[in-house]
Design a protein around this ligand. Structure first.
Ligand code: LLP
Length: 423
């Protein structure tokens, strides 16, 4: 996001497309993604890992837009999926099955069947029960399923408690104390091929040390399995690479992260797998919204906008900070006010910012909620019968609508009223 090109410096743009032009053509609220920023992020991470074979498996959950996914597939990304839906999306986008890893704590039989039939690179096993179930499904399909064990390294990544997944008390992964027994069992099952170990310790991590700590926890088991003749192929250190949200936030040094992880994994002779979601798409997206009105209750000022918690849940759910800036950059010169930026949804938790110092914006003016490319649209709902926001992908000076705005009649048309009520 930057001021628009020569002569148009007063308006905010994604690449060379002024956000005001997008709003005029598509309306609001609209998610706008920059293809160039996504490519730059992907290439920066790939470059950082250049010294060792690395698969970057994009965590589809962060932004499952078919256009974004296809763009990443073209760049060479694999996919980290957590459902049959994401498997289907990744395959349709052109991600080769051999670049897809299947994570998730509650994989359904039908989802496992689809993944085994497609021949995904690995199914990341979460428990002994799942191990046996995958073997049975593979057997029934007459296939050998490639699996990895997802271990829980019990590492605290120093992030929001909802985003820490690698702690002993979380629901994710296999306890380290059970790992060796599960590996032995996996190797004894003829319908399974144990190709590696995996972990994912959390999200929005801003330095390499938690990744290196989990590598240390896993590497001993890798060596033991290797010594025992296991033909391992990969070590998957998960996703979780963070981005900058609030001004003054630390920035992840991706070059340093890549260098550290590849240097650690290289001596094992295994391919490195990473599962970044937020890092690739988070900073590439803005949520474009229009001011509905202003009000003041007692001491508190409110800027009411047409985007709400159903469009961007992160502030309500995690207290997450997203910068909010006026699209008309001249508005940035007005003396700032302190206000809550809230949506029209009937919940006190419906806010995009609280107690925020921002440029005042009046009814009809456009605002951009920044760093909204990850876990924005992906977590959106139609709560309060609000149709999902539109989505737009920018490429240089062009933009394409990648998800058209629906109408309330579309929402109603998705449902049926039983005959006895229609009579
Ligand atoms: N791999 C696995 C197994 C995961 O569970 C996740 C995210 C990722 C990779 C990608 O993590 P990332 O690189 O995007 O941090 N809704 C939250 C984030 C939830 C992340 C869940 N798992 C948010 O808005 O911050």
């Amino acid at each position: 996001v930057q001021p628009a090109g020569p002569g148009r410096a007063a308006r905010l743009a994604v690449e060379d497309v002024a956000l005001a032009d997008v709003a005029a053509a598509v309306g609001t609220p609209t998610y706008v993604y920059g293809a160039g920023e996504i490519a730059a992020r992907f290439q920066a991470l790939a470059r950082a890992c250049r010294s060792h074979p690395t698969l970057i498996g994009y965590a589809v959950k962060a932004n499952s837009s078919q256009a974004v996914l296809t763009h990443l597939a073209r760049l060479g990304a694999g996919a980290d999926i957590v459902s049959g839906g994401e498997l289907r999306r990744a395959l349709v986008a052109g991600v080769p099955a051999d670049k897809i890893v299947f994570s998730g704590v509650g994989k359904l039989d039908a989802e496992l069947d689809a993944a085994i039939a497609a021949g995904v690179r690995s199914i990341n096993i979460e428990s002994v029960e799942e191990l046996e179930r995958v073997a049975a499904r593979a057997h029934a399909l007459g296939r050998v399923a490639s699996i990895a064990l997802r271990l829980n390294p019990d590492i605290d990544p120093d992030t929001h408690p909802y985003l820490a997944t690698g702690l002993r008390e979380s629901k994710f992964g296999i306890a380290m104390s059970d790992a060796a027994a599960l590996a032995t069992r996996a190797r004894a099952l003829p319908d399974l091929r144990l190709v590696g170990l995996a972990c994912h310790i959390g999200s929005q991590i801003l330095d390499e040390s938690p990744f290196l700590a989990s590598f240390e926890r896993l590497s001993g088991l890798v060596r033991a399995l290797r010594a025992d003749g296991a033909p391992l192929r990969q070590l998957d250190l998960g996703g979780g690479m963070g981005i900058t949200y609030a001004p003054g936030d630390r920035e992840l040094d991706v070059e340093r992260l890549g260098a550290a992880l590849t240097a650690a994994v290289a001596p094992l002779g295994l391919e490195l797998v990473l599962e970044p979601g937020r890092y690739l798409v988070g900073s590439a997206g803005v949520l474009l919204t229009r001011v509905v009105g202003r009000k003041r209750n007692g001491e508190r000022d409110f800027v009411i906008v047409d985007a709400a918690m159903n469009d961007l849940l992160r502030p309500a759910l995690y207290g997450a900070y997203h910068p909010i800036v006026p699209v008309d950059l001249a508005a940035g010169e007005r003396p700032p006010i302190r206000a809550d930026v809230v949506g029209p949804v009937c919940e006190c938790g419906d806010f995009l910012a609280q107690d925020r110092l921002l440029s005042p914006a009046g009814p009809g003016e456009l605002l951009a909620v920044l760093a909204a490319g990850a876990y924005g649209m992906a977590m959106a709902s139609t709560y309060n019968s609000r149709p999902l926001a539109a989505e737009v992908l920018v490429h240089g000076s062009e933009f394409a609508v990648t998800r058209a705005r629906k109408t309330v009649d579309d929402l109603i048309a998705d449902e049926q009223v039983p005959a006895w009520l229609a009579r």
